[in-house]
Ligand binder design. Structure first.
Ligand SMILES: [Zn+2]
Length: 288
């Protein structure tokens, strides 16, 4: 009788013990769930905030660029009317060293430089133009990248001097707003946005291509499917990634895993095979 009572007591105690353990387990589970949900929510907010910031920056630049691009539209229309089709086709086939024309912080654009342009796309109400010698190649590359699983988005192509000036002034202003000395701002800005007259975009041979899902101009671009595809295949279309990682001392420009420059298939292949920048390649050619 006594034994049976003790047994029942023990059973009761065990029931309470396991009951408490089970309750704790459920509480822990709920807490983990809540933490995970909160984390996910925070990540969503952060992603939204990043996107909003990027869109604001893009919107400001797009607005500034829009009216300047109107004159380019007129010019492109004039070319379409007056250009000799045969001559234009012949030009496009030529792969003269002119395609290697160096424009960087130390080599300014030739004063009379006036490329023949062709529209390559229209994104969010802005028309984009490239040199006729590479416009079709760029469009083909974009189409094939999309086919290959990427989400390419041209966010900058040919720029006029005024257009480049507007972008540069905007960058200087932002550098000052970040708390830098106004006297130092132009030099800091110049590392990210080329000083007018020294931008490859003024050649009409360069385009900034970013990922639609990650529309931010920072090093995170290199992680996207779009850049992985472009970096691997761009040479086949005559383009090179112009400012690779770790080459700022040579190019004068920060690492830009979105800026592609057309140099023609032959040179693009050689430059890619050698794994050098355009500056180094030109140096090698001169040494030949
Ligand atoms: Zn660029």
């Amino acid at each position: 009788m006594v034994k049976a009572k003790t047994k029942a007591k023990k059973r009761g105690a065990a029931k309470i013990f396991f009951g408490v353990i089970a309750a704790l387990g459920v509480m822990l589970g709920v807490m983990i769930q809540l933490t995970l949900a909160a984390n996910e929510q925070r990540q969503r907010w952060q992603a939204g905030e990043r996107l909003a910031r990027a869109m604001t920056a893009t919107a400001v630049e797009t607005l500034e660029a829009r009216h300047l691009l109107e004159e380019e539209t007129v010019r492109a229309a004039q070319f379409a009317l007056t250009g000799q089709p045969e001559e234009r086709a012949a030009l496009r086939e030529l792969e003269e060293p002119e395609l290697l024309l160096l424009v960087n912080p130390w080599n300014t654009l030739p004063e009379d430089y006036d490329p023949e342009l062709q529209q390559v796309g229209r994104e969010f109400g802005t028309d984009y133009f490239m040199d006729v010698r590479c416009a079709d190649k760029l469009e083909q590359m974009i189409a094939d990248c999309r086919e290959g699983g990427g989400h390419p988005w041209i966010c900058s192509a040919f720029r006029t001097q005024q257009n480049q000036q507007a972008l540069f002034d905007n960058k200087v202003l932002r550098v000052i707003l970040e708390g830098n000395e106004p006297s130092e701002a132009p030099a800091i800005a110049a590392q990210a946005v080329a000083v007018p007259g020294t931008s490859e975009h003024q050649l009409g041979l360069a385009a900034d291509i970013i990922d639609e899902i990650y529309p931010i101009l920072d090093e995170g671009q290199e992680e996207t499917k779009t850049q992985a595809w472009l970096m691997e295949n761009c040479w086949q279309y005559g383009f090179i990634l112009r400012y690779p990682n770790g080459t700022t001392d040579i190019t004068g420009i920060i690492y830009e895993p979105w800026h592609y420059r057309y140099v023609g298939e032959r040179y693009a292949k050689e430059i890619t095979d050698l794994g050098v920048t355009l500056e180094e390649y030109l140096q090698m050619r001169r040494g030949r």
